[in-house]
Every structure is written in C-alpha cells, then in structure tokens.
Design a protein around this ligand. Structure first.
Ligand code: AGP
Length: 611
C-alpha cells in the first residue's frame, strides 16, 4: 500500500524524505514523489518507478528547503504514471497533498470542484483534497492550514492518511487520518511523520500513533495536536522497541530469507511469559475463563496467508475445545449476514493490522454484538485498536511482502488461543496444557533443524523451476498447509499453483497430471498418512513429479517420491509450524531461480489497505 513521509526541521528535507521513502519500499508501490517548500515556492518532483529513480531526478534540482512531504504510490484510481504520482497540488500549485487510502466519494467531489472551475491534472481520488483545501482558503484567506484541512475532511467519505504542506505556512505540515495509520515523531532536529514507524524510528522511538479524526500541526519546534473540533489534545507516546536493523538484511540476500531464518526466535518470543504456574496467561484478551467458557461459536476472519493460519486454528479449536469454528475470507464475511450472538467470538488475524476487508469485518462483527480478538504483528495497528483484546505475534517488522515469520507467529498465537479456550471449557487439564506448551516450544528447535540443512529443498526446487503449474495436496492439517505452500509459490515466483485436499484428486485435479507435473504433498505422520500415499500413487502412475514433506525416519516414502524433504517428528496439531518452513524455502528457491524479486513481487503490496 501507499507510503507517506514528511519532515520539517533544521535539515534539508529532500534527503530525509527520500531516505524515509526507501524504508517504505517494502510495502510495494509503482511510483513516488516529494514536495519541498523552497524559498521561491513549492517544488514537486515525481517519478513512475522506484525511489532510486526519483532520487536521481531530485538530484537535478537544487532543493534546500527544510520542510516537505513524500509518497510511494500503489495505484488504485488511475494507472501508475508520473501524473498520478503523489504529491498532488492545488490549481495555484501552492498546496501539496499526499494520501494513503481511498476517498470513496471522489468522483462527485471532483465534478463539483470542476464545476467551480478547478482544473484537475490526475486521475486520482487524492487530488480532490488539494482543491478542497484551496477552496477553504478562498472562502477565508486567513484560515490556518490545519483548519483548512479540517474543513476539507468534512467532505470526505472513505479512508485516508493525509499529509499537507502549503506556501502560506512555511515550515508547517498538517496531518490527519481516518482508518489509515499516521505516526509522528519529534526529535531534536525537527518533526517527522510517516505511515509506518519504520520511517520515523531512525529519528526517535517515542512516537504518537494518531487516532482517527485527530489532527497534528508539525513545525521545526514540534507538534501540536487537536481533535476534529479543533480542541487541543495531548496524545500519549508509544515507545517503538524493535531495532532499525530489522529493516536491514543482516547479511541475507533478501528480507524473505532473513525472516524465514528468524522464525525460531518468533516462536520463542511469542510464547514467552504465556505459561505461568502451569496455567496459560493471555490477559490482553481481557476475557475471564468464565466468559471464555460461554463461547459457543468462533469465526476466524482474515485474508491471504492469515486466512490459512485461520484454517490451522479451526483444526485446533475444534479438536481441543470442541467449539464450532468457521474460517472466513474477510472480503466475504463482511458482505454476508453471518449468525452472530453475544457468545460468538470473532478472531481477526492480520499481520499488518491494516487490511481493509479484515478491518471492515471486525466493525461489522462488533456492531452485531460479537466479542472480537485481534491477532496482529503491528503495535497499535487499526486491528489492535478496534478489537476487544489482542495477541501480538512478536515477529518484529516483516519487510518481505510474502508473509513467513508472521505466519508462524500467527499459528503459535492461535494455538495458544485454542489451548486457552480448551482450558476454559475444561477440555484440557493443566498437565495436558503443560505438555502441549512444552511441545509447542520445542518446535522452535525443530525449525532450527530444518533450517540447518536445506539441500533437499534446493534439489526439489530444480524440478519445478520450468514448470507452468504445480499442485499442492494434503489432508487435515496438511490440506491447510498445502494452501499456504501454493500461495507462497505463486505470489513470489509467478508460477501458477493450486492447493487441494488430497482426497479431491479423483474429483477433477488429477486430470492435470502429466509427465513431470509437480505434485507437492504434505505427507507427515498423521492419521490420514496412508490416504495421502494412495493419492500420490495415483499421481505417480500418471507421470507426476512427486515432492513430499515427510517425517524423518519414514524410509518407505522414498519408493514413491522423486524428492523427499524430511522434517522432525511433531504432534500432528503442530505440523503446520514445521511443514510450512520447507514450503517457504521451496517457493523462494524456485522464485530466485526464475529471477524474481522475492521481497517485492510484482503487483503485490505488503498490506492491502483498500478493498
Ligand atoms: C501473503 O504472503 C501475503 N502477504 C498476503 O496474502 C497477506 O497475507 C494478506 O494480504 C493479509 O495481510 P494481513 O495479514 O496484513 O492482513
């Protein structure tokens, strides 16, 4: 999604803005731009393409101004182009705006503004904001920039994180938000704003996470905060603890590989402090055991990889707590009329905590009376703020677009939730909880074992690199893991992949099988292992190239598989943690061999903050 940066202080703004935009690149974008207040007026420089190309163009301008805003754009309204890149200016060119989100009523606003003579230069929804601010000044030339922005926002419907600067108030940046994150940091050399803390913590770790309909006026001396009616407010500071080196590759060729190798730590960090005196403690959920015991239906809502974590959760919650659990794609859940009662628990899973569909589903569920738990990786994210309780996945900043370590953090968190529900329901006694917790903690070491030798994964990758499609199959937990494996492969290698419950092969997918067709199976020790083997035999008989994730010690599978990737023996309920790691590495190896950018796959963004 789009990225916003802004700076006003004692330093030249352009380098600060470009550095901030570079830190936001991981979010995915297709164009970028900055606006700097120079002595002679507002200077806007925009480019389609990467921040590095923008920096090259900026080098041709002698920008010395110390106040400016910048943006990386992921196209929604209007194709990727220089004209549609932010910042967007007013008719007079004295006001510049950058925006993250979607203004849903922009078409009618544009028509109204054009009817009053405003000239638009882009196809974007954002540009209406600069003209609305311009009109506020026309109506009242003495109005302050923050008041002009407040007036403009009264006309907007939709989601927005906005930063604005204007020639009338040199050195000032005003910001506000609705549903989109805006983070502000004041340091000794000036004031910083960004849509993601990663672009601010180099200057200060103590930041303000602006809330919806709050406004801030940034000056070189600091920031003043007001509410939607202009009343002064004193927002609280949040300390960002993760290290900036999170945003560096640490010697790895790409962020994805670094983050795959961080997974043992994520498991340990997510589990830390959760078992106290033999009892599970997740007090952030703010529900008593008695209240949890009343839960009679669970919906897990999410998108993409987070949805796959929900599929794992279903197996565990129904298996241990015996509570009916449905896993729903958020974009579907929000538009159907789900059955929700006060004893319904909705669990929203979102790495970014910003996914528009997941957020909308949370709001819908709360209106209908459900209790909502958020499972997210971003402190103070909209999902965290809008849930009744939240479990943080402790994965630290995840830079690569493809979710890996946050996925394992989600599975561990959802496993804890399943155990907590089972504990509340009296389905798991304390000694069983302790045993499960210890086995769950052991998966960190098992993942380390897998990561220690990836040679078999590399060999299996060579069998797929020239394929045009691949089929992932599994049963039970394996079926959910297969979905995640297929998504990882297609999203970073652009190789089409599908996942099926292995039992479905004879109902259609087996028609795909021909000589050399890759079938990747999760065939770890489980009650349905023999059934998976049968499906593999049927595929093998038709020429498939069989790649198997199997439990170490299983020599029998070698007779059937072309490539075997062994993983340590774990309880079936925890196999998603261990079996997913080889599939992450397999997808990455294939993508690298195919020359793909594994950190920033084409067309994708790290968080989908629009519908
Ligand atoms: C998965 O690798 C992708 N990054 C994508 O499917 C992602 O899981 C999905 O967009 C949901 O994002 P969220 O967890 O931030 O809500």
């Amino acid at each position: 999604m789009c990225g916003i940066v802004g700076y006003t202080g004692e330093k030249a703004a352009a380098p600060v803005l470009l550095d901030g935009l570079a830190k936001l690149e991981y979010r995915g974008y297709d164009s970028a731009g900055i606006a700097v207040l120079e002595k002679e007026g507002l200077q806007v420089v925009r480019r389609r393409g990467k921040v590095a190309e923008l920096a090259h163009t900026v080098g041709h301008f002698d920008l010395t101004g110390t106040c400016g805003i910048g943006h990386t754009r992921w196209a929604t309204h209007g194709r990727p182009s220089e004209a549609n890149a932010h910042p967007h200016a007013s008719c007079a060119g004295d006001i510049a705006v950058v925006h993250n989100g979607i203004i849903e009523n922009f078409a009618e606003l544009r028509e109204e503004l054009e009817g009053r003579g405003h000239v638009f230069r882009s196809e974007t929804d954002t540009e209406v904001v600069s003209h609305l601010i311009e009109e506020a000044y026309v109506a009242n030339p003495d109005i302050s920039l923050v008041e002009a922005l407040r007036l403009a926002c009264t006309r907007l419907v939709g989601s927005y994180g906005l930063a604005v600067t204007c020639e009338r108030e040199p050195g000032v940046i005003v910001v506000t938000r609705q549903d989109m994150p805006i983070i502000i940091g004041v340091a000794s050399d000036g004031a910083y704003v960004a849509s993601d803390a990663i672009a601010v913590i180099g200057a200060t770790r103590d930041v303000v996470l602006l809330a919806d309909q709050q406004y801030a006026k940034l000056t070189p001396e600091g920031a003043e905060y007001t509410d939607e009616r202009g009343r002064a407010i004193e927002p609280q500071l949040t300390h960002i603890s993760w290290d900036v080196d999170v945003a560096e590759k640490g010697g790895y060729p790409d962020f994805m590989l670094k983050e795959i190798y961080e997974q043992p730590r994520v498991i340990r960090d997510t589990l830390a402090g959760r078992l106290i005196g033999g009892r599970l403690e997740i007090d952030e959920l703010d529900m008593t055991s008695e209240e949890l015991n009343l839960v009679d239906r669970v919906y897990v809502i999410a998108c993409g990889t987070s949805y796959h974590a929900g599929l794992i959760a279903k197996e565990l919650i129904e298996g241990w707590a015996r509570i009916p659990t449905e896993v729903e794609v958020a974009s579907e859940f929000r538009y159907r009329n789900p059955i929700i009662t006060p004893t319904t628990l909705v669990v929203a899973v979102s790495q970014s905590g910003e996914t528009a569909d997941t957020l909308a589903a949370i709001r819908d569920a709360r209106i209908k009376g459900a209790r909502v738990f958020g499972i997210t990786n971003v402190l103070g994210s909209p999902v965290a703020r809008e849930s009744d309780g939240v479990i943080y996945t402790k994965a630290n900043k995840e830079i690569a677009v493809a979710s890996t370590k946050s996925f394992l953090g989600q599975i561990v968190s959802l496993t804890l939730l399943a155990m907590l529900l089972a504990q509340a329901k009296g389905k798991l006694r304390m000694n069983q909880i302790r045993l499960l917790f210890r086995e769950l903690a052991d998966t960190a070491e098992q993942v380390e074992q897998i990561l220690a030798d990836t040679s078999d994964i590399q060999k299996a990758a060579t069998a797929c690199v020239d394929a045009t499609s691949a089929l992932f199959i599994g049963r039970g937990m394996g079926a959910a893991i297969a979905k995640e494996g297929a998504l990882k492969l297609k999203e970073i290698s652009y190789l089409h992949a599908e996942a099926y419950a292995a039992g479905e092969m004879k109902h259609g997918p087996i028609a795909l099988i021909e000589d050399g067709f890759p079938v990747i199976a999760i065939a770890t020790d489980s009650p349905v292992y023999d059934k998976v083997v049968s499906n593999l035999q049927e595929s093998k008989a038709r020429g498939a190239c069989i790649i198997v994730i199997a439990t170490e010690g299983n020599e029998h599978i070698r007779e059937l598989a072309d490539y075997v990737i062994y993983i340590p023996k774990v309880r079936d309920g925890f196999s998603a943690i261990t079996a997913t790691v080889p599939l992450q590495l397999l997808a990455r190896s294939i993508a690298v061999m195919r020359g793909c950018n594994v950190d920033q796959p084409r067309n994708l963004a790290k968080s989908v903050t629009v519908e």
